[in-house]
Design a protein around this ligand. Structure first.
Ligand code: 5GP
Length: 195
């Protein structure tokens, strides 16, 4: 998606060779008008899938998921990263390895908010090694709901996550796919972006 690629080139920064900082517009300061265009694009790509719920992971996914959800007219559920005392009743959990923080943590969601009749769209800011997505996929599978696909803002196409998730038969739509980012130079891959 050209708009997002331009934002990455103009406002993103490559840190330590492998981390792309997009905190100027996506996951710290948030460019709401831009994110609204991303939400519209996710809607365009998944509008025929009968989505009933959007599932994301705190914290960076929440804003993107909420703006996207307004286009679908469905609620957002976000997986929490710690065992919260505010969750009562049955909970679903899985484990995620954080790429950016280099540690493992549990994610948790109340079973009340994922019903077997739900058709769930997963949304996140990045897809890198795939651990966050695999954690969300596990939560949905435990609930008995259907996964209709995964909407990713930025996929690191050179990393293993895209293949890991697609090989499960999950329909992944990434709005920008990075082929390489060596020496601070970002090169996009348009091969696996369908539209
Ligand atoms: P994965 O679990 O696929 O390895 O990584 C996905 C998660 O790690 C995303 O939720 C995102 O927050 C974070 N992440 C992975 N790579 C990057 C990156 O290059 N930049 C930023 N800002 N976050 C990243």
């Amino acid at each position: 998606m050209q708009l997002l690629e331009n934002a990455i080139l103009e406002r993103g920064r490559v840190k330590d060779g492998e981390v792309l900082k997009v905190d100027a517009f996506l996951n710290h300061q948030m460019d709401v008008a831009l994110i609204n265009e991303l939400g519209k694009e996710f809607f365009r790509r998944f509008q025929d899938q009968g989505v009933t719920k959007i599932l994301t992971i705190e914290a960076s996914g929440i804003g993107i998921a909420c703006i996207t959800a307004q286009h679908f007219g469905v609620p957002v559920v976000f997986a929490k990263k710690t065992q919260s005392r505010n969750i009562d009743g049955e909970v679903l959990t899985s484990q995620v390895t954080s790429f950016t923080h280099q540690r493992n943590y549990d994610i948790i969601v109340s079973a009340r908010f994922l019903d077997p009749s739900d058709r769930v769209l997963l949304i996140d800011d990045f897809l890198a090694k795939g651990s966050a997505m695999l954690g969300l996929i596990s939560l949905v599978q435990q609930s008995g709901a259907q996964i209709v696909g995964a909407g990713i803002c930025i996929e690191k196409g050179f990393d293993v996550g895209g293949e890991a998730i697609r090989s499960l038969g999950i329909h992944v739509e990434s709005l920008a796919v990075i082929k390489e980012m060596q020496n601070g130079q970002i090169v996009f891959d348009h091969e696996i972006e369908p539209a």
